[in-house]
Design a protein around this ligand. Structure first.
Ligand SMILES: C[S+](C)CC[C@H](N)C(=O)O
Ligand SMILES: N[C@@H](CCS)C(=O)O
Ligand SMILES: [Zn+2]
Length: 317
């Protein structure tokens, strides 16, 4: 990850909203598995979306496993073994897209691309609950550290074995889940780098109300985690969050905010709110880089055109 950041001039671009782009192609993801439903129904579309983000200039692809889980697949009537194959497929599809894109352009002397890395997405427990609780962090008293580790363990093992370049823990909403992720990375002796991203609904704390200082103190103790940041929070929080994270950690900072719309977990739809358009992302991406972010992209409701604008803004001399 550090090599990629250096190779691309100090700031790598991750992709944009994966589920958002699936939906724009007509995929129906109103389901407890959300975008991971496409792993069963339409894997070709997953590859197409990965290729679109590569074309737009993403240096990092995040796999389609955000809301994929073994209990989720089993509740659809699949066996554990079938579920494991689907998790593996999520990484393979991204690797295949990356390799075929790279093979198609690498011999041309004029291309502007770097060979992308594939990050296996590991969505939070709240994502699996499919009730929007990745934005509240309220898992209730029954959800202990051990329960969170057991939820994450097998999926992590299968995703690591599938051969991604990175692990991307996404939308972590509280300190307990950050602790679970750190302990798992140690216990499983994971050798590939990880990033851990939190959500935020107030721009100051994790959704649970716990301070980012407390959350980052947990993460700073682990050398398995190479970057820490925020995803799927409103973009106008990023300036102050980057400044705050710079004081709280020496790890690389990653930011890939959503458009600013707000997810209604009950109605399962995005509610309009103060939003950034693609051009806003372009201007702000430069600012986020200048403030010290090392990986920048978009999350829900951003699209390949957002990533193209970010790429132009960051790569143009
Ligand atoms: C990042 S959110 C929009 C993903 C969907 C959510 N976990 C749900 O199922 O409601
Ligand atoms: N990687 C996931 C994140 C959702 S918050 C996606 O882009 O769909
Ligand atoms: Zn998102």
């Amino acid at each position: 990850m550090e090599d990629l950041i250096e190779e691309v001039g100090g700031c790598a671009i991750t992709d944009g909203g994966f589920a958002t782009q699936l939906e724009r192609h007509g995929a129906s993801i109103n389901d407890p598995l959300w975008s991971a439903l496409c792993l069963i129904k339409d894997p070709h579309l997953i590859k197409k979306v990965h290729l679109e983000y590569l074309e737009a200039g993403a240096d990092i692809l995040v796999s389609s496993s955000y809301q994929a889980s073994l209990p989720g697949f089993v509740s659809k009537g699949l066996s554990v073994q079938e579920g494991e194959l689907l998790l593996e497929r999520s990484v393979k599809l991204a690797l295949e897209a990356r390799d075929s894109f790279w093979n198609s352009i690498k011999t041309s002397s004029e291309h502007k691309y770097t060979k992308a890395l594939v990050a296996a997405s590991i969505g939070s427990y709240g994502a699996y609950l499919a009730d929007g609780s990745e934005y509240s962090g309220c898992y209730g008293p029954c959800v202990t550290l051990d329960k969170l580790k057991e939820f994450h363990r097998r999926r992590l093992q299968v995703l690591v074995k599938a051969g991604p370049d990175l692990l991307a823990f996404e939308t972590i909403p509280n300190k307990l889940e950050a602790q679970a992720c750190i302990e798992l990375l140690e216990e499983e002796n994971v050798q590939i780098p990880s990033w851990i991203c939190f959500t935020s609904v107030d721009g100051k704390n994790a959704p649970s109300g716990e301070s980012f200082k407390d959350c980052l103190d947990v993460i700073n103790k682990s050398d398995k985690v190479h970057a820490v940041g925020i995803n799927c929070a409103p973009p106008h929080f990023m300036d102050s969050i980057i400044c705050k994270f710079k004081q709280l950690t020496k790890k690389a900072i990653v930011v890939y905010p959503n458009s600013g719309e707000v997810w209604d977990g009950r109605a399962k739809k995005w509610l309009p709110s103060k939003c950034f358009d693609d051009d806003d992302f372009g201007c702000h991406a430069r600012r986020w880089r200048d403030l010290g972010a090392k990986i920048i992209g978009g999350c829900c409701r951003t699209t390949p055109s957002t990533i193209e604008v970010i790429s132009k803004a960051l790569r143009e001399k």
